[in-house]
Design a protein around this ligand. Sequence first.
Ligand code: 5GP
Length: 205
Amino acid sequence: MGKVLILSGFAGSGKGTVCAICREKEPRLKLSVSMTTRAPRPGEVNGREYTFVSPGEFRQTIREDGFLEYAEYSKNSYGTPKKQFFDMMREGFIPVLEIETRGAEQAMNKLDSYLSVFLAPPDYKTLEERLRGRGTETEDAILRRLKEAKEELRRVGRYQYLILNRDGRAEEAANAILDLLRDGSTDSPAVVRDKESFIASFCEA
Ligand code: 5GP
């Protein structure tokens, strides 16, 4: 079984749901709680979804070399605290880093052994529908996220696996990730065989 799970995917990929199913099915998976400078959203609890800190505290942690990786995303900073990460490993857990693509690249450069997965909706149209379906964002914000998604996709080549989260099939995606972690099996139809053509077709849309 793998030692660390690096999971990325843009807004609308269903990353949170798939990750929750994986953790339910494999208790050794433990979500790494990131530090962030963004404000808590309604319902978020300090220390559970994130550790919410000031920009000053975040900079101090960088100075102390306290992050395994960190990055800026939508004008806020996010980072994986090193100590928590290594404590989890020592205790026999498999840390799950649910992080964006630039931080994921740093983590992949530092770690010897990991499973890296990028989770994507099956096509551009589905991504657009999911983002609009939330009904919480302005047209401008939706267009910006779609543009960001295309840029992120260009970094997907660095991930070991690209996995599709098809509508209503989050469990299929979760099972594909667990199979990969357990024995490297890639039989699931959710695993994209030809990453490059998928990325090309997504970007052309
Ligand atoms: P949100 O603000 O929507 O919770 O997260 C925004 C993005 O930051 C998501 O893609 C999320 O996966 C990513 N993110 C969360 N924690 C970390 C972290 O510790 N490091 C990095 N690089 N990205 C993170």
